[in-house]
Ligand binder design. Structure first.
Ligand code: SAH
Length: 352
């Protein structure tokens, strides 16, 4: 048992079963045993790799897309350049590096990182400093995003937000809970209970699981509020689809799938993002696959330009990274992009 498993077992023994959302929140962000609060999990030595860690092209292209959206909206003199869940800070560093040549963009930008983990905040600060950029401002949550134009990036942030799971049977809905069996964490079901009034619940068959992410809507609502009231735009990139289907909760440990209940606090826990639910919070949005968006943003040309300067192993790994980001069999189709923009403004670059 991990130290967090012992704590959770004691809590459940005293207070009864907990929701999947409570379990995820504890596993990821428990102050002393949480997965993100205690480590830097990214890269070859860690548990998983993300698009900005695979290639600088990801941040460069989305950074230039944000700068173009800023120009298209008349280059507001002061704006928030925000990232949700910045991991190692690599994406923001690539965004800033790529946009250095856009006149006025850096001078107008207030760089804000929404990050819950103190360990990762310190890694992010170091990454930006090493790349030659000033210290950003950190926020605990999206609700504190300043009331001014907002240009935003969120890559693999929403998949880390806690989800609740509900299961249909002939008589109605029960919530999947985590309790104890023989002293060990085990899944069970609640009594029947009312469920949110969402399309996913209406179409479900007996046996089917429906997931909802209670924090996603408030976060999207804040983004939408800033973008609609003050201008701006954002790209939410994640894996998932248009409507969550079935049980998508998964644990990843040392680049392999793990039992979700086996190593609380020591494995990454994620769930597919339900983009339909995110889109419901915003009046103007566009949706496409990561491969399609990177293609329209010019990844072929950028990849070819970078390839010219590379040889041998470095060239091979650059070509592999390009494939990994865009290929249908890899991240190209599994990952989706939801772009948010002010109603009436031009569609953000890459979305048409
Ligand atoms: N965007 C990065 C990292 C994705 S991992 C990349 O692409 O490499 C998820 C990130 O979100 C981590 O930085 C994690 O600490 C942060 N995070 C997870 N839940 C959070 C929450 N509720 N509030 C703020 N940050 C959170």
């Amino acid at each position: 048992m991990t130290p967090l498993a012992r704590l959770l077992a004691a809590r459940i023994a005293a207070d009864g079963p907990i929701s999947v959302a409570d379990y995820m929140a504890e596993c990821l962000l428990h102050p002393t045993h949480g997965y993100y609060t205690t480590r830097d999990p990214f890269g070859a030595a860690g548990d998983f790799t993300t698009a900005p860690e695979i290639s600088q092209m990801f941040g460069e292209l989305f950074g230039l897309a944000l700068a173009q959206a800023w120009l298209d909206q008349g280059a507001p003199a002061r704006f928030t350049l925000a990232e949700l869940g910045p991991g190692r800070g690599t994406l923001m560093a690539d965004i800033l590096r790529a946009t250095r040549g856009v006149p006025g963009f850096h001078a107008a930008a207030e760089v804000v990182l929404v990050e819950a983990s103190p360990v990762l905040r310190s890694v992010q600060g170091q990454t930006l400093a090493t790349a030659g950029f000033a210290a950003p401002r950190w926020l605990d949550g999206a609700e504190d995003l300043p009331e001014q134009p907002l240009f935003l990036m969120a890559n693999e942030f929403f998949d880390a937000l806690p989800i609740r799971q509900f299961q249909r049977d002939a008589a109605g809905w029960r919530e999947r809970l985590i309790g104890l069996r023989g002293g060990v964490l085990a899944f069970g079901l609640s009594d029947h209970l009312p469920v949110p009034d969402l399309p996913a619940f209406q179409d479900a068959q007996p046996g089917q699981i429906v997931e909802v992410c209670p924090m996603a809507l408030p976060v999207m609502s804040v983004i939408s509020d800033r973008v609609q009231r003050f201008g701006g735009g954002g790209f939410v990139v994640d894996y998932g689809g248009w409507r969550s289907c079935g049980d998508t909760l998964q644990a990843l440990r040392a680049h392999s799938f793990d039992d979700v209940l086996a190593h609380p606090g020591e494995a990454d826990l994620t769930a597919h993002v339900d983009f339909e639910a995110l889109a419901m919070a915003v009046p103007a949005q566009a949706y496409a696959t990561q491969g399609a968006v990177l293609g329209r943003l010019g990844i072929e040309a950028r990849a070819a330009a970078l390839a010219q300067r590379l040889t041998g192993k470095a060239l091979q790994s650059h070509l592999a990274a390009h494939r990994r980001l865009t290929n249908q069999a890899e991240m190209g189709t599994l990952f989706k992009v939801l772009a948010v923009y002010p109603a009436g403004a031009p569609l953000p670059p890459g979305m048409m």
